[in-house]
Design a protein around this ligand. Structure first.
Ligand SMILES: Nc1nc2c(ncn2[C@@H]2O[C@H](COP(=O)(O)OP(=O)(O)O)[C@@H](O)[C@H]2O)c(=O)[nH]1
Ligand SMILES: [Mg+2]
Length: 318
């Protein structure tokens, strides 16, 4: 279907995929007031994600923080969260946002869920690899592999990156509150990422159709890494800090700006002509540029960075 865009989150259990989606969804509802675009979730999606967000706010008010395991019960296989993007009240795009059970990325061929997952990956325009930042920086190889499994992620994405379709890869780092405190720690986080994701970054660098963005986020904002005890990573709740997600709108802005641009460029000629006739294109382009301008430029970009340059891309297609 031409007007359906698939986005998919990958990463083992517990990295924070569902938390990310729930906080992003919350941000998204705040974003609606400020652009011509409107994002709506279908009933089930809205219900589940609001429940997840409330649960998160509750967990976080307790004085001692314990990792809860999965935020939403029953993220087995793939859950497709449905959204629609409207522009000036008219539907532009259907968005299927896939949340996966972490175990899935390690399952074997011949598992029907795994086949479904691979098909979704093939179809996806935006892939969000959620990465546990504490294991990334502090973990030894074994812990890194058990929490983030970059090698498995590389194996899964390899054929996708060799494909000729445009694709955006967002590397969203969670649980990295401790490394967002100052510039030198941020550099440390970035260096750890580049070392451990070297293979995949190399592929992105070689591809004409892929762009990667490294986005560290605070989904909780009030919990901080302290140390590693045997194989567990210990976080503490900082009593002086509020539950305050930060940068959470950013992965979504990058993803949506990319999706809307691709969608705009793929309109067929007749559709374009009609839009031109009714002066709809100019308004859309302006809104898209404005929407994209709210992306932060502090993130490191890998690969074909022109793919995210909305101004230039729109100029070319005019
Ligand atoms: N410290 C910290 N904990 C987080 C962050 N994001 C998620 N978590 C915790 O990680 C656990 C697993 O999160 P969940 O979203 O269910 O992971 P999923 O299995 O990848 O969907 C939960 O206890 C979350 O509260 C973060 O940015 N910082
Ligand atoms: Mg989950």
């Amino acid at each position: 279907m031409a007007n359906r865009t698939v986005m998919i989150m990958v990463g083992p259990d517990g990295v924070g995929k569902t938390t990310l989606l729930a906080t992003m969804y919350h941000e998204l509802s705040l974003m609606n007031n400020s652009s011509g675009f409107e994002f709506t979730a279908n009933e089930d999606t809205r219900h589940d994600l609001q429940e997840a967000y409330q649960k998160l706010s509750r967990i976080i008010t307790q004085p001692t923080f314990t990792q809860t395991g999965s935020l939403l019960k029953g993220t087995a296989g793939i859950v497709e969260r449905q959204f629609e993007i409207l522009f000036k009240g008219k539907k532009e795009l259907e968005l299927a946002f896939c949340d996966i059970a972490g175990g899935l990325i390690r399952s074997k061929e011949n598992n029907p869920d795994f086949d479904d997952f691979k098909n979704k990956l093939k179809e996806a325009l935006v892939i969000i690899n959620v990465i546990d930042g504490s294991a990334l920086v502090e973990g030894n190889d074994e812990l890194l592999n058990s929490k983030n499994d970059p090698i498995q992620v590389y194996d899964l994405l390899r054929s996708k990156l060799l494909d000729e379709q445009n694709v955006m890869l967002l590397f969203v780092i969670t649980k990295c509150e401790a490394w967002l405190k100052n510039e030198s720690r941020q550099k440390q986080l970035e260096a750890a990422f580049e070392k451990r994701y070297e293979l995949i970054l190399k592929l992105i660098g070689e591809s004409e159709n892929a762009v990667g963005v490294l986005i560290p986020v605070k989904t909780l904002g009030c919990v901080e890494f302290t140390h590693i005890l045997e194989k567990e990573i210990i976080f503490v709740r900082k009593p002086n800090l509020q539950f305050k997600p930060e940068n959470i709108d950013q992965p979504l802005r990058y993803a949506l700006a990319f999706a809307l641009l691709q969608h705009h460029q793929n309109r067929n000629r007749w559709n374009r002509f009609m839009r031109w006739l009714w002066n709809e294109d100019i308004a859309f382009q302006k809104a898209l540029i404005e929407f994209a301008e709210a992306r932060s430029h502090l993130f490191k970009i890998y690969g074909h960075s022109l793919l995210i340059d909305i101004d230039i891309e729109i100029e070319v297609t005019k």
